[in-house]
Structure formats: structure tokens, C-alpha cells
Design a protein around this ligand. Sequence first.
Ligand code: SAM
Length: 257
Amino acid sequence: MHIDILTIFPQLFEAFRTVGVLGKAVERGLVGLEVHDLRDWADNKWRQLDDEPYGGGAGMVLQAPPVLAAVRQLEQGGSAPPRSLVLGPRGRVFDQAMARELAAEDRIVLLCGRYEGFDERIFDHSRLEEISIGDYVLGGGEVAAMVVVEAVGRLVEGVVGDPDSVIDDSFSFGLLDHPCFTRPAEVEGKAVPEVLLSGNHERIRRWRLQQAVELTVTRRPDLIKKSWARYSDEIRELVRSVAPDLADNAAEESRCT
Ligand code: SAM
């Protein structure tokens, strides 16, 4: 997996690409992460890439020609073209399913915007897909690109030491993750649930699943409906025992889609 990032603020990625699980993955060559200064494609001595919007209005707009030149240059090479993505609030909303989809790619290009965004014509003349990390507006695409790299990077084989920890994560089964506990056994009078000290793996597995179902029913009933079709019989029964109406609705909706 190789990821190229295009940004006018490459320095924002200096610590990001060297610390934690991702830093180790980069060091071990499991994830290639190259950060490019978009200004290297500017065609003027001031390295300026933005200009005023046609039609007037606030803010500056990133010009299409240097951005297109940068994206096209990074798209060259390799046996197949990369997935080219531009971060932007108007895009398809990034989620765990998309993270899995991207983790299967060999190469990804991530283009970060600033100011009012890009001249719209970059979308006519390139293979760029717009992706958003949520319904809010950031000052730039860099933090959004980091979100994508973190979520995708940890799904690349070998990056996370224990693959079970990735499989168990929230959203992997269409459920939120179960609660976790560590030492000490008691915190401010609150003890660890007894089952976790029992050593009985089956009881522990069942308790965690039950907790995950209860949390998802309470906090994210939308996820139950969306994921019903891929739930195991065991999960469906648990949902039914906690929230029978929700289970009926989810089953009905999944029959209709
Ligand atoms: N005028 C744009 C709009 O309202 O759609 C917002 C531009 S924003 C101030 C500048 C840049 O931040 C965007 O080009 C994009 O790269 C990034 N950005 C802002 N919000 C984002 C989000 N929710 N997801 C991904 N990128 C975002």
C-alpha cells in the first residue's frame, strides 16, 4: 500500500508519519506514505496557487492547472492507476466500509484543499473522487487526510500486531465495540465485571457480544438497521431480546432492500 498526499502544508504530516502504529508501519515499509508540497507545481516564482473567485465573494480558490499537473504526475507509474481522492465536505461520507475498500488498493492519492476549495474544473479533467469525513467544515483537508490514512492504514495486513483487535473494532460486525477494562480491578469503588475475571472464554465472548448489542441498540439503532442483513443468527437473537421492535423493523427493511 502506497499513499501520496498533496498539500500546501506538508509540515503538518511530519510527526503524524513517524509516531504510533502508523509510524511503525511506515518504518517497516508496510505503508508507504509520501507527502508532496502542492506548491512545487506552481508556475510562478511566488509559488502561489490560489486566486480570487470568478463572480466575486469571499476567500480564495485553488487553481486547476497546477493541481491537475500534480495529481496527473502522481497517477503515473505503477502497474495500475491509483485511487485518486480529494478531501471535501461535499463528498461521499467516509466510513469503515470505505476504509476496508481503500485498504485493498495498492496506491491511493489524497488531495487536500484549503481556502474556499478547488476550481471545479479539477473534477472534469481528472479521476478524482471527493470524500468527506463528516458533515462539518474544516479549514483544510490535511486533518481529514490523516483520518483516512489512520483508518485505512490499520487495516493493511501486518500493521496492527494482533489482527483480532481490528476485527473486534466498532463497525467491523455492524456493532459498536464492547467496553474494555484493565488494572486495577477496582476504580473509585467500581469493580471490573466479574465475568471478565472468570477465565471462561465462552462466557466472556457472550458477555462482550451482549454488551456490544446493547450499546449499539441504545446509541446507534441506525447501524442495526443498516447491518441486519449481515448479522449472524446469534446477533439477531440478541438484538431481538433487547429491542424486539427494532429487530422487527430492521428485518422488514432488509427484506425490502
Ligand atoms: N467552501 C467549501 C465548502 O463549503 O464546501 C469548504 C472549503 S474548506 C474551508 C477547505 C478545505 O478543507 C476543503 O477544500 C477540503 O479539502 C477540506 N475540508 C473541509 N471540510 C471537510 C470535510 N468535512 N471532509 C473532508 N475535507 C474537508
